[in-house]
Design a protein around this ligand. Sequence first.
Ligand code: SF4
Length: 385
Amino acid sequence: MGTVEENPKVLMETSPPHPAMHDPVGPQPLLAVAPGDLATWLKARHAPAWQAQAIRQWVIQRRAESFDVMTDLGKELRVKLEADFRPLGTQKIVEQKAADGTRKLLLRLWDGESVECVMIPDEERRTACVSTQVGCGMGCVFCASGLNGVLRNLKSGEILEQLIRLRNALPTGQRLTNVVVMGMGEPLANLDELLEALALAGDPKGLGIGARHITISTVGLPAKMRRLADLKKQYHLAVSLHAPDDALRQTIVPTNTGIDDILQAADYFFEKTGRQVTFEYVLLRELNDQKQHAQALAKRLGGRPAHVNLIPFNEVDGLPYRRPDDLALKVFIDELQKAGLSVKVRKRKGSEIDAACGQLRRRSERGVSLPLAPAASSSDHSLSK
Ligand code: SF4
C-alpha cells in the first residue's frame, strides 16, 4: 500500500502501520477491556468506578478517538488512560470512497493483520458490512477472502470497532441504520464474539442498531444456525446456497455440509424466531445459472416462506468465473417467481472501489496495484457469503 490510486472517483488515504499496533503488550484497546476491569483499573487510581461507563460511551457513542477530547475527565486521569489504553485498537490504513457514497475501510489490527468493512448508503439507510474473521475457512471458489484460509477469529471489540470506524466517517448527526455481517469470514464460526459485539451495537446506549436491522449471513453451519435460533433474537438470517444440489454445491462451496441439513436448520430458525430466512445465490455463468438450476432450486425451496437474493457474479482477475448474461438472469428470475418465491437481484454499489469481499486486503498484502473496476467477488459490495 502507500500509493494514492489515480481514480478520481476514489479517495484513498494511507498511512504506515503504527508500531504499537504490532505490540500485544502495549496499551490495550479500550473495547478489549471488560467494563468491570476498567472499573477496577479506575478504582486503583482513586477515580470513581462509574467513569468506566462514561469512558466507553465517549468511544462508542460520542466518536472519541483520543483521550484528549474526554474533557469531563481530569487531565491527570486522561494521561494515565493514555499510558495504558488506546481508545480504538484498530488503525485506519486505507479509506476508499465511491461516487455513490459507498465507503470502504481497511483496518490494521493489533497483530498487524487487517480486515475490511464497508458502509453502503441507500436513500435513508446507511448499512455497515463487517468482517468476523481474518480470512475465511469456507473456501467458496469465487471469493477473494477465502483464498488463504482463515488466520484467526476477530474479538468482539474488533468487530464493534469496524462499526465505530464506519460511523465516525459519517457526518456528525448521521448514524448507521443497518448492519450486515457479510464481510470477511464465516460469522457463525465466530458466533460468541459476534453476539457480544452485536449486543453492544444494539444497546440504546451503544450504537442503537436493533436486532431487526441486523442481518447475519452464513454459508450454512446447521448446528450454529440452530443455536442462533434458540436465542430467539430478531436477527435476520441469510443463508448462502449458490446451488440447488449437493454435487454442484460441493464444487462451489467445498465445505458444504449438505443442503438438506441446512434447509432444516433454516426452517428451525423460522419456527423459533418467526423471521423469514433469505437464501443467497451467486450466479456464475454456465455453472449454476441455467434454467434447470432455477427449476431445481425452486423445487428445493418450494413451500417455504423464503426470499431469494440473486447476486450476478462480477468478474475478478485471476478467477475463471463469469457474470451470467442478461437473458440467463431473466430466465432464472422467472422460474423462481413462477414457483411463488420472492426474488431480488442485488444492486451494484461502489463498483469502482475494491468493494468486494477480501479484495482490498489482498491488494494491501500483495502490495500490488490491481485494477480498481469492476471490483467484485461474491458481490459488488461484500454483501454475500
Ligand atoms: S463468500 Fe463468505 S463464507 Fe465464502 S469464502 Fe468468502 S467470506 Fe468465506
